[in-house]
Design a protein around this ligand. Structure first.
Ligand code: NAD
Length: 431
């Protein structure tokens, strides 16, 4: 099939490449001319394991353009995969989605389905369909289908190729058939629902995972007070198949482009309909506080951070991605800098983007060892393998080896017996 994709971000580009891999003719459209230039040269503009290789393998079925009318005029299906960021009030900003809808209405010259992959509030697909139909320039039939995406950054290619399910919210048999044709060759079951249920599946799934993380983080905080070990608690809980062992890792909270905004957007939507979602509200509040956990721990050792050299290991919101959106580092590092600290930062992938976002006394280091040398305290914010593989002795090059680990990277036994202080989340302090 001929498929156009609007947006070549983490979701759009991976979708385009995977659909090309399934044998479809793909045209990817983005308003970001720099991205499209890179893509035309075969350069992958985002860090996503396996993506450059799959892109190169399927190059003959992939084209890239900034010309929306060329992309949308002659497609069997047009996927919308543009951002839906958070507005000031917590609701989802749908302006990018509706901008694409307008461009489709202007350009489509044949019958097609419009597939909304972006995460959008319940009822949006209906509105997008009404909007396109109202503004169509040519006499064509279009139908909007909801097809939310569940990939995780860092494992996006694998997730899309081997995900647990494909969710399709469609209102007609023809649209369901077209979607089945698009995904022919995938081994995952397709869950067919109506459009509103598909939209809700996406929010409910993300918000449930966010809630699970906030839940274990609250338990972790209480473990610290009561002398229990959250890693053991999570292990014991996770063996119960009704609970499951995923997303029970205590830490300094979730970040990224999805959980923070999707919790806030559903909470906003609930309130808008006079139906407050109390569990989601709690997940949001717990997460906001959790980001400050290491700062509170650090205050036990230093009243002020002024003049201190602080090693910060890990900046991205999780390992395996160069994405910094809503990363705890963006909350923590500015607090340290405001207090007068000199930050020595290390991240294998995120330093370039961090430079563009945060100003101040930051020394960017090529290795964790360089960041740790002579530091007064160390904050660990992302569990990159380059960080989790560090031996305890490495921390002894610090002026004062106080390690505050927000991701529980090391076994307590391994940190014992060295001349250091090691505090993590939900576990006893080693000193
Ligand atoms: P992104 O910011 O990485 O990419 C969005 C892209 O859309 C950008 O390249 C931007 O230039 C482009 N764009 C904006 N307006 C455009 C237009 N009119 N025409 C064409 N391109 C345009 O976003 P993302 O992380 O890929 O997320 C996209 C959507 O998918 C969001 O709704 C998000 O919630 C959802 N989602 C994201 C993930 C994830 O892990 N990133 C996972 C599942 C779902």
């Amino acid at each position: 099939m001929k498929i156009a994709i609007a947006g070549t971000g983490y979701v759009g580009l991976v979708t385009g490449v995977v659909l090309a891999h399934l044998g479809h003719e793909i045209i990817c459209m983005d308003i970001d001319a720099d991205k499209i230039e890179k893509l035309k040269k075969g350069i992958c503009p985002i860090f996503e394991p396996g993506l450059p290789e799959l892109m190169a393998e399927n190059a003959s079925r992939l084209t890239f353009t900034t010309d929306y009318s060329a992309a949308y005029s002659d497609a069997d299906a047009i996927f919308i995969a543009v951002g839906t960021p958070e507005k000031m009030d917590g609701s989802a900003n749908l302006s990018y989605v509706f901008a694409v809808a307008g461009q489709i209405a202007e350009s489509a010259k044949r019958d097609c389905i419009v597939v909304v992959k972006s995460t959008v509030p319940i009822g949006t697909n209906d509105k997008v369909e009404q909007y396109i139909k109202k503004h169509l320039k040519h006499d064509v039939n279009i139908e909007v289908v909801s097809n939310p995406e569940f990939l995780s950054q860092g494992t996006a290619v694998r997730d899309m190729l081997h995900g647990s399910r494909i969710v399709v919210g469609a209102e007609s048999e023809e649209a369901r058939k077209a979607m089945a044709e698009i995904y022919k060759g995938m081994n995952q079951p397709i869950v067919f629902t109506n459009r509103r249920s598909a939209e809700m599946i996406k929010y409910a799934s993300n918000d449930f995972l966010a809630l699970k993380i906030s839940f274990i983080n609250e338990i972790a905080n209480l473990c610290e007070v009561l002398g229990a070990d959250v890693e053991d608690v999570a292990r014991g809980m996770g063996m119960d198949p009704r609970i499951g062992d995923k997303f029970l890792k205590a830490g300094i909270g979730y970040g990224g482009s999805c959980f923070p905004k999707d919790t806030k957007a559903l909470h906003w939507l609930g309130n808008y309909h006079d139906h407050e979602l109390k569990t989601i509200k709690a997940a949001i509040e717990v997460n906001e506080n959790q980001k400050l956990r290491l700062i509170k721990k650090a205050r036990k050792y230093y009243d002020t951070f002024e003049g201190l050299a602080i090693a910060v290991l890990g900046l991205t919101f999780k390992p395996g991605t160069d994405d910094l959106r809503e990363a705890p580092s963006l909350t923590i590092v500015p607090i340290l800098l405001d207090d007068g600290a000199i930050v020595k930062a290390y991240d294998p992938c995120g330093m370039e983007r961090f430079k563009q976002k945060v100003n101040g006394s930051i020394m960017y280091c090529g290795t964790p060892e360089e960041a740790l040398k002579d530091a007064d305290i160390c904050f660990i914010l992302t569990e990159w393998p380059q960080i989790t593989s560090l031996k305890p002795e490495v921390f002894l090059s610090m002026k004062r080896p106080i390690i505050l680990d927000g991701r529980n990277c090391y076994k307590l036994e391994d940190m014992e017996g060295h001349d250091l202080v090691y505090e993590s989340i939900g576990r006893r302090v080693i000193q």
